[in-house]
Design a binder for this molecule. Sequence first.
Ligand code: ZN
Length: 407
Amino acid sequence: MTRSPATVTVLQNVRPWGGDAVDLHVDGGRITAITPHRGAAAAAAGAPTADGVVDGRGLLALPGLVNAHAHVDKSWWGKPWVSYGGEATTQGRIAHERAHRDDLGIPGVDVTLAVLRELVRHGTTAIRTHVDVDLGLGLRGLEVVREALDAVGGAVHAEVVAFPQDGVLRRPGVLELLDEAAAAGADHVGGLDPASIDRDPVGQLDGLFAIAERRGVGIDVHLHDGGPLGAFQIELMIDRTVRAGLQGRVNVAHGFAVGELPPARQADLVGAMGEAGITMTTVAPIGAAPLPLHALREAGVTVGLGTDGIRDLWSPYGTGDLLALTTQLARLSRFRHDDELVTAARIATSDAARLVGREVHDLAVGGPADVVLVDAENVPDAVVRAPGRALVVAGGRVVARDGDVLV
Ligand SMILES: [Zn+2]
């Protein structure tokens, strides 16, 4: 059963990005005014009064976390433990998933709801989720995810990528399925290692870009291929993005190659990505060469952070806590200075606005009323410690409080 979350009109006494205490005024799911906080709080801590006033107790406020690379359709969260099996390669994981997903009810509304609630519990209010589209499932996963998103009543704003996890050209009929998905409302069409999975990088990318141009959707390609092979495929994407006028609509997920290139080649590629408006999403993987985050941001490449799948047939890891993952991103990037730790928080929130189809995702007038409160001294403290989420507001409603999900 779903309870109706309380609507917020004023979130009093909070410190956006660690600044001075303010009151955030909310209407219609957006922040309409920000005023200095004065005087005593009018409400009980965290619980709205009848007129929607909430006491923020002077806590640190961040924008709702943005999980820019999720797979909410394919987890076994909430089910008994599933031991890891199959081969550790990309193809091995694909095969293992296809052999066992039916037993776990994947894709299913209940598993997707379980994942969405974990994300909300940890302060995520906006996601870009990949959803498997293949010859076995057709477009069923997209319907499942839509139903689960409806069930949490707008607590999670979502952009959906129709994701050909089992390959594109190597599975005749998948390109047509992606086209149908785009026509049916998917925001992006996905791709997967055009070289190593399809063994036809030009063919896969041409197919995806043709759909994007025809249907007015974006492109989001999982690119595990490293080194020069990965870089070559990013160059193919850059050329096609510029030619099709799709600047800002084409994303490279993982993009390990960018972190692996020698410095001069890396600088050239990052510069070209910035000029073409290519974006990137990382899942802060342990064991991969870190992305050059400073260089990417300086070149104008939007970078978002995501959990990837959590607790699924690919890996038993993942909790859905994007702030804890922000700690991991900062550590892997060897961030230590305050401004670097703030950059990590930006990547996990406001920087990723474009990746979830928003102009602004920040604690600013006109921005969405998506707010996470944590008991932290400042943003660096929050990033290194990932304290519990005291309050989560999404679209102007309280959706989680002290670890309890209210949707
Ligand atoms: Zn993924």
